[in-house]
Ligand binder design. Structure first.
Ligand code: B12
Ligand code: SF4
Ligand code: SF4
Length: 353
């Protein structure tokens, strides 16, 4: 049996909803994080695959009924992505090729000292580019990639190898899961996305377009859990943070550092989010629980306008989160949350604003 078929079987039998193969040719002309040789000298191909989130857990999370089930699934999927990439690498090695599993998240090029590399957030290799070039998924307006029937609600895994694998076709641009409903823009508490302005990138001679970002630092501040309240004060993420998000990039970076320092003093929230992530032992995420507080741009997008719009309504009516000194998180209607926040002991309150 061809090695491509064996890899496809291994991954689909373990829950992958799509599998594909990208090569140096189908990635040619891409940005630096499309360069396979940056992660493995002599690399010729990448195996890309996707695992999908459960929709009931997403709806419980968006409507702020329960964050634990979705968070628990995040830990499981990230661990599975990594371990499955390792299995693919082992199969390729057994067949005489060199191969390396790419860590699914949290790895950056340390081109600049901290925190500079975080402002760039350049990964050693971009899973999204691998997924797009291999036809596993297509770009949507949010810049996330997705699949018809799943929307943007997939996470990506990659294994890079010196084997010359037969490439699979990219999804044609006009067959993307994205209908440009722009609900992802409306669902972002940090207002990271432009609604009209776009940016493009090329891979293998094909040009892809998605929203321009005002600044990825906006998301960095929000999806890291430092803050979460939309500037309207009427809805937000699962973060109890109420820091403002300045438009000026310099001020924004200062605010991220200030919020990061204050948030270290917050009490721990009680967590039952399942097993910790299993990445290589020296990885900063290994053995810790990755607690998602946002991800709204991804989670609202079911790739079906009616369902996606319903998700936005759930989110916008979900209330706001405050954290008590004992660490517990309370979800309250917006005005009640603002009142409870105003009445907090100032020493506790200053950790959130
Ligand atoms: C860094 C990062 C972030 C950063 C920056 C995101 C970004 N837009 O690049 C932040 C913190 C904001 C972020 C947020 C989120 N992320 Co994130 N993140 C990553 C990570 C580590 C790399 C992203 C990436 O590919 N950047 C490269 C390209 C795509 O970025 P770009 O800005 O368009 O690149 C331009 C330039 O910078 C330049 N360029 C590109 N690469 C390089 C390299 C160098 C050296 C240079 C000089 C230039 C350059 O070329 C481009 C055109 O100009 C990946 C994991 C991985 N290793 O792939 C996960 C990943 C993209 N994240 C993911 C998710 C789910 C999220 C969130 C939903 C948060 C959450 N709850 O999980 C949000 C969604 C935000 C959004 N809509 O984009 C998933 C996406 C899955 C999907 N369906 O698409 C990934 C793939 C993780 C995974 N394994 O599944 N993320
Ligand atoms: S929410 Fe709408 S516009 Fe945004 S990526 Fe999904 S389908 Fe596209
Ligand atoms: S993860 Fe949250 S803050 Fe980040 S871009 Fe998506 S919606 Fe906005």
């Amino acid at each position: 049996m061809a090695i491509e078929k064996r890899i496809d079987e291994l991954l689909t039998q373990n829950g992958a909803v799509a599998v594909g193969f990208a090569t140096r040719e189908t990635l040619s002309g891409g940005p630096p994080s499309a360069d396979l040789e940056h992660v493995l000298p002599g690399a010729r191909s990448a195996v890309s695959f996707a695992l999908a989130f459960d929709r009931d857990k997403i709806r419980a999370y968006l409507s702020k009924r329960d964050s634990q089930a979705h968070n628990s699934e995040q830990q499981t999927l990230y661990t599975d992505l990594y371990l499955l990439s390792e299995k693919v690498a082992a199969l390729l090695r057994e067949n005489g090729h060199d191969a390396t599993a790419i860590i699914p998240n949290g790895e950056y090029r340390m081109d600049r000292p901290s925190p500079g590399y975080l402002w760039d957030s350049h990964p050693p290799l971009s899973h999204r580019y691998m997924a797009v070039a291999s036809g596993v998924a297509a770009f949507g307006w949010s810049g996330l990639v997705g699949i018809k029937g799943y929307g943007a609600n997939i996470l990506l895994g990659t294994c890079v190898t010196t084997a010359e694998l037969a490439p699979t076709e990219p999804i044609p641009v006009d067959e993307s899961y994205c209908d440009e409903c722009k609900v992802c823009v409306e669902a972002c508490p940090s207002e990271m996305f432009e609604k009209e302005a776009s940016m493009t990138q090329s891979l293998g001679g094909v040009t892809y377009e998605h929203s321009a970002r005002k600044s990825i630092t906006r998301c960095l501040m929000c999806c890291s859990g430092l803050t979460g309240l939309h500037k309207s004060g009427k809805w937000g993420s699962w973060s109890p943070g109420r820091f403002s998000i300045p438009d000026d990039e310099e001020r924004l970076r200062e605010e991220v550092l200030r919020a990061a320092s204050l948030s270290k003093q917050r009490p721990d929230a009680p967590l039952e989010t399942g097993d910790a992530v299993t990445f290589p032992p020296d990885h900063p995420f290994s053995g810790i629980q990755m607690v998602a507080t946002c991800g709204n741009c991804q989670l609202v997008c079911f790739g079906d306008k009616r369902e996606t719009t319903k998700n936005l309504k759930l989110l916008r009516k979900s209330g706001c989160v405050v954290q008590q000194p004992d660490g517990s998180l309370e979800v309250l209607p917006p005005a009640d949350a603002a009142g409870a926040f105003a009445e907090m002991d100032p020493a506790h309150r200053q950790k959130y604003e």
